[in-house]
Design a protein around this ligand. Structure first.
Ligand code: HXC
Length: 518
């Protein structure tokens, strides 16, 4: 080719690339910034290691001509897709480009997303979606809906194969919310991220209720009330930084182990942990204080922190090894298990199991929450999820009973019977079918009522029961507890046992799939 011809073709490429990089044009970019939102490419730059993001399909164009679309064609269409590095590890991502027809999903945009999902699956890398879209491209009708179906199908098939993360940094309306909903984690950005099945106008028309976009589907609603979102951030920058932190605990796919980091502190006896539990066993304390003492310094990364606060879940490190922590929280509702806590913890347990992350469970639970609201809401069905998740999990499972472990809740929280590998207890552990007061009321009611001083008799029987049953030694005597330990040696014991379990192999019977009570 003559030099002139080479120059011409390269100029054409340069000019097309420049066009593509402008998305829907300067005016739309300005409008995006006015809404306090970054553009799709600015977002990807912030999420990935500097200058590592490679775009794919930058010249894809939608193929529709109805309802004026023939005059609105943009290079790359309404989504930017590609791959890059996060902390030096390969990750695929897409970011919907709101400057192009409101980020609405065309069939071509869906094909771009599906292409990188297929690549992430073959290569074994996490996939991140940044959502900012008006939903199905109205002008394309059924083709757009078909595009969503292709994405949902891949979200489902990739579930448990590679980590999938959704970021909501704009509207996510209608059926479009179901792609994020299938993924493992949803991050929302305060003020700009909104998710709902139908917007405020439809809500008003159907139910007569008045509600704003933010109240209906903003980040607070989904982090606190619905539990749809796992994280929320006050700014986009903080959100991308949190996503990077989350990835640092995860393997790239289900055939790898999570990455280890160098130990940040030494594992030694820690006397201060002995003072966390108050002497009165009905008094609350913050289980985060225990978690922070038994994990490497500043390594605990809480997930779903504003939802179902009566249980704490998150990722942390023990001697540099990633672990999933599940802990009852006595500071909230005495740490009782309810519908939301069961849902929150079971999904987390299954995530850890799918991605080879050992589980450490800290138990202080008086039982399942009683009441009509819970029974009518299906606590039986929801609580069963947690049992199922623990029983099914084959990753190394360790537990420490800190204080109460009563009844069904004792069984649920990683008990030996559910295939837990190492079960430890502090001397303060109370392991029994039910608490002393309740138990005495049931089994000694007649004896108490016949006594000349019923209250004295009740106190005597409660004390007797407590000495006999509410301690860890009955369970340890039967091997349900492997060891009773000084709280000060908890981290040492956990890390020694975690190392012992590193080569654990366990399995479940061959089946198409189980039928978890959903
Ligand atoms: C085509 C769309 C669009 C859509 C927005 N636009 N949504 N174009 N299809 N779904 C276009 C607008 O016409 C506008 O074009 C530009 O995007 C920006 O939109 P604005 O309305 O100006 O932006 P804003 O005020 O920020 O409001 C954003 C919005 C609103 C809240 C998302 O646009 C909206 O309500 N859109 C419709 C949402 C919706 O009902 N979608 C269908 C959901 S059903 P111009 O050229 O004027 O700039 C669905 C089914 C999925 O998605 C099913 C999956 C199973």
């Amino acid at each position: 080719m003559a030099d002139d011809d080479v120059k011409k073709t390269l100029d054409e490429l340069k000019s097309k690339r420049k066009d593509a990089l402008l998305g829907g044009g300067l005016k739309k970019i300005e409008s995006q910034h006015q809404k306090n939102k970054l553009t799709a490419r600015e977002r990807l730059q912030k999420l990935f290691d500097s200058n590592t993001f490679n775009e794919i399909d930058q010249f894809a164009v939608h193929q529709s001509n109805d309802l004026g679309l023939d005059k609105q064609k943009f290079l790359g269409d309404s989504v930017v897709t590609g791959f890059g590095l996060i902390d030096g590890r390969k990750v695929f991502a897409y970011a919907q480009d709101f400057t192009v027809l409101g980020g609405s999903l065309s069939y071509v945009a869906s094909k771009k997303i599906c292409k990188i999902m297929d690549q992430a699956s073959k290569i074994g890398c996490p996939i991140i979606g940044i959502n900012d879209s008006g939903g199905a491209r109205i002008q394309e009708g059924i083709d757009s809906l078909a595009g969503y179906a292709e994405i949902f199908k891949r979200n489902t098939l990739l579930s448990g194969v590679v980590p999938q993360i959704s970021i909501i940094a704009g509207p996510a309306a209608g059926g479009a919310v179901y792609s994020p909903a299938i993924t493992d984690f949803i991050f929302m950005v305060d003020g700009i991220g909104q998710m709902y099945i139908t917007g405020p106008d439809v809500v008003k028309a159907v139910t007569g209720e008045n509600i704003s976009h933010e109240e209906l589907g903003g980040s607070t609603t989904h982090s606190v009330k619905s539990g749809v979102a796992h994280f929320r951030s006050p700014s986009e920058n903080e959100c991308y930084s949190k996503v990077r932190t989350l990835l640092s605990y995860l393997p790239s796919n289900n055939s790898e182990n999570p990455p280890n980091v160098k130990m940040t502190d030494t594992t030694k006896l820690d006397d201060t942990i002995r003072n966390i539990i108050p002497p009165n066993s009905n008094q609350p304390y913050d289980v985060l204080d225990v978690i922070n003492k038994i994990t490497d310094q500043n390594s605990f990364f809480e997930i779903h922190s504003e939802f179902a606060k009566n249980i704490v879940v998150g990722l942390g490190r023990l001697d540099g090894y990633a672990v999933g922590i599940v802990a009852n929280q006595p500071a909230q509702m005495a740490g009782m298990l309810d519908i939301d806590a069961s849902d929150k913890a079971s999904r987390f347990v299954r995530f850890c199991d799918a991605f080879n992350i050992p589980l450490v469970t800290l138990v202080d639970v008086p039982g399942f929450m009683p009441g009509l609201h819970q029974e009518f809401g299906g606590i039986i069905r929801h609580g069963a999820k947690l049992l199922y998740a623990y029983a099914e999990a084959t990753v190394p499972k360790l537990s420490v009973i800190l204080r109460k472990a009563y009844g069904g809740a004792f069984i649920v929280m990683s008990s030996k019977g559910l295939r837990s590998d190492v079960n430890l207890a502090w001397p303060t552990a109370e392991i029994a079918v039910m608490g002393p007061e309740g138990a005495v009321n049931v089994v000694s009611r007649r004896e108490i009522s016949k006594h000349e001083n019923p209250e004295v008799k009740r106190a005597e029987l409660v004390s007797e029961y407590r000495t006999k049953f509410s301690n860890p030694y009955v369970a340890a005597g039967r091997g349900y507890i492997d060891d009773v330990i000084d709280p000060a040696e908890t981290k040492i014991k956990l890390s020694t046992n975690l190392k012992m379990l590193q080569t654990k192999i366990d399995s479940i019977p061959p089946k198409k799939h189980g039928n978890i009570p959903l």
